[in-house]
Design a protein around this ligand. Structure first.
Ligand code: MN
Ligand code: MN
Length: 460
């Protein structure tokens, strides 16, 4: 009877029950490197910069239109410093298709408005406009740091980073004390903190003169000393506040990783590391680190931009292959995080189909909301292909679903890849408290996602 159960039932096991000891060392090594990358990559620009530096160390060169490409060659294309595409050229022509992995490197955050500096009752603030889907109440009373770039009229850009180093000051958004919060506490969690209320404290000491806005003047003078900028320069700046927490291990067993921006740098890093480990591939392997996923993948650096098509078309042109012939035979793993079942909030999930911490890379056949609206919905054949690849290469994986039916939903870059006539499926790391200033993932799942992308890249 139990043999029959073994044969007919689909039973999943905790990943640690099937992880050989030899793999544990690799898992820890991998996660240590990932934690470093995440700690230093707090914006899409920083992620691109760090990825390019790592790629160059491994022999990747900047691709230029018209360049000859040969098997084994490693190239990258930096899209305006905000998105990145890398490729290792395969032995087969691109007419046989490419193997693509696409993740995004933007994360929810608080962007500064274009005229952000405001003095109110002798406290100076930055006004913000949040980026991506956040629960606003999570962003008050936590330390924040400032990152970004100011573009000057003379064509020069100034990179700003304040608060990353231990000795540097941080910033904060204040909240009401409970003693006086009776009215606030009656509001819903969506209304308790408002978007226009997300004002970041940046200073309090007045400038020594008699005029108005003396604190603001003092703050602008500090910024001018540090970066040579004035208030008008904010008009052409991209500055944002992100959580100032260091990435760290979580749990007495150190099995989890806490940090800002796992979504989706955890998959971006997995792709990058997997591409670095690809040797002499059969088909050309492509790694995409996209921007703007959290706001709908629009814009020049988002996945709907033709920057990707142009890069691929240039590669194809070098082999006299038509792009559409390449795309129709390509395979794409849209590597994005998924929701991990949270025992504290079981009511939003349908347990049988939700991914779990420590059960491996989560394959998401479809995303979307309200009857799968807005999903590319991978075909049964595509799911079967991934099952085969993962089982052959001993990748621990599970199926995933973003919440129970009609609970909500979400999307990824998958549909924009599939719309290009590329077979595409979502798969990635399950995350606890996704989009919070401090997200949690399991080391095991991070490592399996790296193994999963590598398995796809190196499939025969
Ligand atoms: Mn994501
Ligand atoms: Mn997201």
């Amino acid at each position: 009877m139990s043999d029959m159960r073994n044969e007919l039932f689909y039973e999943q096991k905790n990943g640690y029950d099937r992880l050989p000891l030899s793999e544990r060392v690799k898992l820890e090594d991998y996660c240590r490197c990932y934690m470093e990358f995440l700690n230093d990559s707090r914006t899409e620009r920083e992620a691109v910069k760090n990825a390019v530096a790592e790629a160059k160390k491994r022999g990747f060169v900047e691709f230029r239109r018209g360049m000859d490409i040969k098997p084994g060659m490693k190239v990258f294309m930096n899209n305006r410093g905000k998105a990145l595409m890398l490729a290792v050229i395969g032995r087969k022509f691109l007419s046989e298709g490419a193997v693509i992995a696409g993740a995004h490197i933007d994360s929810p955050r608080l962007d500064l408005k274009q005229l952000p500096v405001m003095e109110n009752e002798e406290i100076c603030y930055f006004k913000t406009h949040y980026y991506g889907g956040i629960k606003k109440y999570q962003w008050v009373t936590i330390p924040l740091e400032l990152h970004g770039t100011v573009a000057l009229k003379n064509g020069r850009t100034v990179d700003v980073c304040i608060g990353r180093k231990r000795e540097e000051p941080k910033f904060v958004i204040t909240d009401l004390l409970p003693h006086l919060a009776a009215d606030q506490m009656k509001k819903t969690m969506a209304e308790g903190i408002t978007g226009e209320g997300l004002n970041i404290v940046i200073g309090s000491v007045p400038y020594d003169d008699e005029g108005k806005d003396r604190v603001k003047l003092a703050i602008l003078s500090i910024l001018n000393d540090m970066y040579g900028i004035n208030e008008e320069d904010f008009l052409s700046a991209e500055l944002c506040a992100v959580p100032a927490f260091d990435v760290c291990e979580i749990g007495l067993d150190r099995s989890l990783i806490g940090g800002y921006g796992h979504d989706d740098r955890v998959c971006a890093y997995a792709e990058l590391k997997a591409l670095f480990d690809v040797k002499d591939p059969e088909k050309t392997c492509v790694c995409i680190l996209a921007d703007k996923e959290e706001t709908g993948s629009d814009g020049v650096s988002g996945m709907q931009s033709s920057a990707f098509d142009d890069f691929m078309e240039d590669l194809c042109a070098a082999q006299r292959v038509e792009l559409r012939h390449c795309f129709e035979k390509s395979f794409c793993i849209s590597a994005d995080v998924t929701n991990a079942f949270d025992p504290n909030y079981p009511e939003v999930s349908e347990k049988r189909n939700e991914s779990k911490i420590n059960y491996g890379m989560g394959i998401c056949k479809f995303t979307g909301a309200r009857g799968k609206a807005g999903t590319s919905d991978a075909s049964a054949e595509v799911v079967a292909k991934l099952r085969r690849i993962f089982d052959e290469k001993e990748v621990t994986w599970q199926m995933a679903e973003l919440g129970k039916v009609d609970q909500g939903g979400g999307g990824t870059i998958a549909k924009y890849m599939a719309n290009r006539n590329i077979d595409t499926i979502d798969a990635g790391v399950p995350v606890l408290s996704m989009h919070a200033p401090f997200e949690t993932v399991s080391k095991f799942d991070c490592y399996m996602t790296y193994k999963g992308v590598l398995a796809v890249y190196t499939d025969r």
